[in-house]
Design a protein around this ligand. Structure first.
Ligand code: GLN
Length: 486
């Protein structure tokens, strides 16, 4: 048995029956990384020693019996999440030597559950991007085709899971960064409702949009991870003071009697690849055969979502990233003549071109005299998008759509043209603007053999609906379980 191929639920069964040990499983994941990481580039930092120590501790806990489902499971986390004493770069030179003195709440919850953190995943710098080409360290390659991007910004997480380098990962999603790379890499990615999962220790990009969520090999694994990370955190005042359900219960649900909306603005969007449209039609057929009724719906303000997002997200980023001034964290430019020059040189050399572009855009959008026209207007559009969804959810249990208009594009293809890159986020940013949950579940393959995901979105705090639909679809579509050749 190739242990690194296991899903979390399969491994948890074997671990609890003591048929394998966490040390064996962790060593299998680490040697898989040694074998394929040079071709993929999914990690910024590996934690071999810490992982083996955690695995031994997990084995002791497992021997006592009654351990949590994540006990002894080797997994990775996106390098945007603070890990105590383990370098956390956010894909940026400016945080190149930042060792957080504390764990993000999601990280400490994973550790409390006995999970084994094997490394920190590559990402677009400060989570700004859709391709993981904006990492200050190296790009990540798509395990299905190394000439292509894995998606972004959680591209390292999705590629690691697709290539079996660890059993699952945590990503973050501000405008699609969990769902889009999951779709491009043929794995499952869930963005929870805003407020469902603590953001404490998640390095902030756009605070009103950011959420942490699982990237996994199966829908069941996504539910298992959600059980570990969801729920109120007194350290994050935007986390809902609401207890989280047992998400695995939702996997029992059936689709008969459910109504799924198919938004016409998504299906008629310019640039939707014929392969993706075809797979969507097939998905609708599968879901109908499972007993759901799929009905056309309208989300009329979809066309404004990308513009609103690319004002709100950079505006919030320009404020959040003001803290990297060369004084408090890591990198500082050398030999400045005065303080202003130190700030300027540090930020010019420490941030990459995309991050600098967003800071400039965001600062402009917030500046006196422009605030109403840009940030204010974008916030009004955001309300209209929320209302679009509220209207649809009055009669539909969930909305289904593509995740990305095309399968994974070539490395370098969209680098010179940020606008085309931004436009590829059209189907994912609306969920963040509205604060609703969304999941990407493997749906099929393009004619070129590239994975394509199906997106399911539901009303606030209805992650269980997503899991029910995604789980039934996953079983019927029969596409998960296929592996890239590496
Ligand atoms: N691609 C989007 C952006 O560049 C979304 C990124 C994300 O979700 N972190 O902002």
């Amino acid at each position: 048995m190739e242990l690194f191929r296991l899903t979390v639920s399969e491994a948890a069964d074997l671990l609890s029956r003591r048929e394998i040990s966490s040390r064996e499983l962790t060593l299998a994941a680490l040697s898989r990384i040694e074998a394929v990481e040079p071709k993929v580039g999914a990690f910024i930092t590996l934690c071999r020693e810490e992982a083996l120590a955690a695995a031994d501790a997990a084995d002791k806990a497992l021997a006592k019996g009654g351990a949590a489902p994540l006990c002894g499971i080797p997994l990775s986390v996106k390098d945007v999440l603070c890990t105590k004493g383990v370098r956390t770069t956010c894909g940026s030179k400016i945080l190149e030597s930042f060792f957080p003195p504390y764990d993000a709440t999601v990280v400490s919850r994973l550790k409390d559950a006995g999970a084994v953190i094997i490394g920190k995943n590559n990402m677009d710098e400060f989570a700004m991007g859709s391709s993981t080409e904006n990492s200050a360290f190296h790009p990540t390659r798509n395990p299905w085709d190394p000439c292509r991007i894995p998606g972004g910004s959680s591209g390292g997480s999705a590629a690691a899971v697709a290539a079996d380098m660890g059993l699952c990962s945590l990503g973050s999603d501000t405008g699609g960064s969990i769902r889009q790379p999951a779709s491009h890499c043929g794995v499952v990615g869930l963005k929870p409702s805003y407020g469902r999962v603590s953001r404490y220790g998640l390095v902030a990009y756009a605070s009103s949009l950011d959420q942490v969520g699982p990237i996994t090999k199966s829908v069941r694994d996504a539910a298992i991870l959600m059980n570990a990370i969801a729920g109120h955190d007194p350290k994050d005042s935007t986390s809902m003071p609401k207890s989280a359900p047992d998400f695995t219960e939702a996997l029992r649900g059936e689709l008969s009697g459910m109504t799924l909306g198919l938004p016409k603005e998504y299906m008629e969007a310019e640039g939707l690849a014929p392969d993706v449209a075809l797979l969507m039609e097939k998905a609708v057929k599968t879901l109908s055969e499972l007993g759901a009724s799929c009905v056309p719906v309208s989300l009329p303000h979809t066309g404004y979502a990308v513009a609103a997002y690319y004002l709100i997200a950079p505006a919030e980023a320009s404020s959040n990233l003001a803290r990297y001034d060369g004084v408090k964290y890591g990198f500082r430019a050398e030999n400045p003549n005065d303080l202003a020059e130190m700030y300027k040189n540090t930020r010019s050399a420490g941030f990459g071109p995309e991050v600098r572009r967003r800071i400039l855009l965001g600062t402009y959008a917030l500046s006196a005299g422009y605030y109403d026209a840009y940030y204010g207007k974008a916030s009004q559009v955001r309300t209209l998008i929320m209302r679009d969804f509220a209207r649809v959810f009055a009669s539909c249990d969930a909305v289904i759509s593509p995740v990305s208009p095309t399968p994974a594009f070539l490395i370098g293809e969209k680098c010179a043209d940020p606008l085309t890159m931004y436009l590829s986020d059209i189907f994912t940013v609306p969920a963040n603007l509205a604060g609703i949950p969304g999941i990407s579940v493997p749906c099929g393959f393009s004619a070129d053999g590239l994975p394509v995901g199906l997106q399911i979105m539901a009303d606030h705090f209805k992650e269980e609906t997503l899991l029910t639909v995604a789980h039934a679809f996953e079983a019927a579509a029969g596409v998960s379980g296929k592996k890239p050749q590496l």
